[in-house]
Design a protein around this ligand. Structure first.
Ligand code: PGA
Length: 252
C-alpha cells in the first residue's frame, strides 16, 4: 500500500520569528504520527531555519521552485544542488502560480523536474486545469499535456522517485475544494495514463491532491483510493490545522 504524504506549501509567507513557532509545533506534533510522511516547502531564505529546526525529526523540508540548469551564470536563480546543500528532500515544480505568473511552460517544468532528480531531490510535479478548462471539458487533455511533457523529456521512469500533485487551479486558495469524487476521477485518469507506459510506476506513484484542503475535508479526500495525501497551502501556515491534516493522512 502507498504511504500518505502531506506536504505544506508556505508560498511567499513567513517571518523568522513566526516560522520558529510553526516549525517547532509541527516537529513536536509529528512525533506521535508515524504512519504518514510530512514535509514543509518553505521560501528559499528560510531553508537554513527549516534545516536547523527539523533535522533529526520525521518532518522533511523542501523548496517551491528550482532552476533547470545545474549551475551557471543565471543571476538570482537557485540550483537543485544548492537545495540539497540545505538538506531539502523535496521541491515543488510547476505550481499553477509559477505557470500563470512566471510563464513556466510544461517543457520548462519538465526540465526543472529532471534537474531536481539529478541532484537527488524528489520533485513534486503540480498539474491541474483552470475553471474555464474544466467547464469546457478539457480537464483530462490539460492534465495529460502537463504529464506528457515530462514523459517525453525524461521517460516514464522519471516518475519512479517523484510525486505528482493534482491541483485544480479553481480550488487553490479559493475555499472551493474539488469534491472527493471529482479529485478521485482525475487521480484515476493520471494513474491510468502513466500505467499505459508502465504499470508498476503508476501503481507506486504518490499522487497528492491540492486546493483548499482543510482539516475538515482532508479525511474524506484522503479516503479515496487514488489520493495519496495532500499539498497544503493556506492551512499549512497554522500548526494545528496542518497537524490535523497530517493526522488525517496517518489514519487513512
Ligand atoms: P491552498 O493552496 O491549500 O491554499 O488552496 C494549495 C497550493 O497552492 O498548493
Amino acid at each position: 500500500m502507498r504511504r500518505k504524504l502531506v506536504a505544506g506549501n508556505w508560498k511567499m509567507y513567513g517571518t523568522l520569528a513566526g516560522n520558529a513557532d510553526l516549525l517547532d509545533a509541527v516537529r513536536s506534533g509529528m512525533e506521535q504520527a508515524r504512519n504518514v510522511d510530512c514535509a514543509v516547502c518553505v521560501p528559499f531564505p528560510y531553508l537554513p531555519q527549516a534545516q536547523q529546526k527539523l533535522s533529526g525529526s520525521g518532518v522533511k523540508w523542501g523548496a517551491q521552485n528550482v532552476h533547470q540548469m545545474d549551475k551557471g551564470a543565471y543571476t538570482g536563480e537557485v540550483s537543485a544542488a544548492m537545495l540539497r546543500d540545505f538538506g531539502c528532500s523535496y521541491v515543488i515544480v510547476g505550481h499553477s502560480e509559477r505557470r500563470a505568473y512566471f510563464g513556466e511552460s510544461s517543457h520548462l517544468v519538465a526540465e526543472k523536474f529532471l534537474a531536481a532528480q539529478r541532484a537527488g531531490l524528489i520533485p513534486i510535479l503540480c498539474v491541474g486545469e483552470t475553471l474555464e478548462q474544466r467547464e469546457n471539458g478539457a480537464t483530462e487533455n490539460v492534465v495529460a499535456g502537463q504529464l506528457d511533457a515530462l514523459i517525453d523529456l525524461g521517460g516514464v521512469q522519471a516518475l519512479r522517485d517523484a510525486v505528482v500533485a493534482y491541483e485544480p487551479v479553481w480550488a487553490i486558495g479559493t475555499g472551493k475544494t474539488a469534491t472527493s469524487a471529482q479529485a478521485q476521477a482525475v487521480h484515476t485518469f493520471i494513474r491510468q495514463r502513466i500505467a499505459s507506459h508502465d504499470g508498476q510506476t503508476a501503481a507506486e506513484l504518490c499522487i497528492l491532491y491540492g486546493g483548499s484542503v482543510k482539516a475538515n475535508n482532508a479525511p474524506e479526500l484522503f479516503a479515496m483510493p487514488d489520493i495519496d495525501g495532500g499539498l497544503i497551502g493556506g492551512a499549512s501556515l497554522v500548526a494545528d490545522d496542518f497537524l490535523a491534516i497530517c493526522r488525517a493522512g496517518a489514519r487513512t
